[in-house]
Design a protein around this ligand. Structure first.
Ligand SMILES: [Zn+2]
Ligand SMILES: [Zn+2]
Length: 364
């Protein structure tokens, strides 16, 4: 079928809105009409020279929409069902079977496909050339996307589809890191480094978990004000001697920290700000190697990587929706919608910090 998609053709070019061909849903696949798709920093990874994804590509992995067709063999979902799309997983490997699908043994090829690796590309451009697609099991910077039963989450049709897409990645990543991976306890102290959408989701989740000290750190004072509104008990501008400042704010060191910056100097300060046996989770793609003095972790500290909040999307996302409806997870305050055709404005505003979470809305 003919679709409109925002295509990235080179690492330093704007996205171009193009008409393209999307294949019919194959075995196990679901055609979703996209009504809103969040713009996540991970969607900028294909702009990194040398990154594995082959250009051109259709990115976008926080899609929300309506199921319009089912491929052969798909059961358990009907055409017309409203869904969120999240990351894909196999369902059969050891990690999937034990409830950790973001650590699926085939996570990378399923979610960061690469047409030069011989994968089947369901999107072709008007010259009939293949376009890297099914990014995070979807490629939803488009009017339509192909997903599977493993990476869709049915939702109440009364929910606003131009709003809920970010629950599929950034909200799930920040909240899952706090609730699942770090398993923050009531009465504890939590430091959140970086207050973009993932960091702010972590702040909201830390409040839900009952943390009594929640310190948000950023350079952007507007975002720190937002963090305060969403539950941070202390805010701090990133700067020199951050580790000592964090120990002071948490009266001796934080029980938990979450880094969303990927900046090794910030991570090192976050580790310095932990109490003995404190844990820091890293959710961002690291920008440089993390080098630490040998004794850094001697006092029982733990550094752990976290992917997609270690979430089972079909379980965590309905919980987040319920918390949102109870005004305990007001992620909608972070969202600003843009027409899909204005994707380059959305990208600029996300990078500058003007918009925390752009959601792109395809025209129809
Ligand atoms: Zn798996
Ligand atoms: Zn994402």
């Amino acid at each position: 079928m003919e679709i409109e998609a925002a295509v990235l053709r080179s690492t330093d070019a704007p996205f171009t809105l193009e008409t393209a061909q999307l294949a019919e849903p194959g075995p196990g696949q679901i055609l979703v009409e996209v009504h809103g798709v969040g713009f996540c920093h991970t969607d900028l990874l294909p702009r990194t020279p040398g990154f594995a994804a082959t250009l051109p590509i259709v990115a976008g992995h926080e899609g929300a929409g309506i199921v319009r067709a089912l491929g052969p063999g798909v059961t358990g979902i009907d055409s017309g069902t409203h869904v969120l799309m999240s990351f894909d997983s196999c369902g059969g490997c050891g990690k999937c079977l034990t409830g950790h699908p973001s650590y699926c043994s085939s996570f990378w090829p399923r979610n960061m496909p690469n047409h030069s690796a011989g994968t089947h590309d369901p999107i072709r451009d008007m010259q009939d050339n293949p376009v890297s697609s099914r990014w995070f099991g979807q490629s939803s910077f488009a009017t339509h996307a192909l997903a599977t039963i493993r990476n869709v989450v049915p939702i109440d049709p009364r929910l606003d589809l131009t709003l809920v897409g970010p629950l599929g990645c950034s909200m799930q990543t920040g909240a899952g890191a706090i609730l699942n991976s770090l398993a923050v306890q009531a009465g504890s102290s939590v430091v959140v480094l970086g207050t973009g959408s993932v960091g702010l989701a972590a702040v909201m989740a830390a409040r839900v978990a009952g943390a009594t000290t929640i310190v948000a750190v950023d350079r952007n004072t507007e975002r720190l004000a937002m963090a305060e509104r969403l539950g941070a008990t202390d805010t701090m501008e990133a700067g020199v001697d951050l580790g000592r400042m964090l120990r002071k704010a948490t009266r001796g060191g934080a029980d938990y920290a979450l880094d969303t910056t990927g900046i090794s100097e910030v991570i090192a300060e976050g580790i310095a700000g932990l109490c003995s046996t404190g844990v820091i989770g890293l959710v961002s793609a690291p920008k440089t190697d993390l080098l630490l003095p040998a004794a850094t972790l001697a006092r029982g500290k733990t550094v752990t990587g976290i992917l997609e909040g270690d979430a089972v999307p079909q379980r965590l996302i309905p919980d987040l929706i319920e918390l949102w409806q109870q005004s305990r997870f007001p992620f909608d305050e972070l969202v600003q919608t843009y027409p899909l055709s204005h994707i380059n404005d959305a990208e600029r505003d996300m990078i500058s910090g003007k918009t925390i979470k752009p959601v792109l809305v395809p025209a129809r």
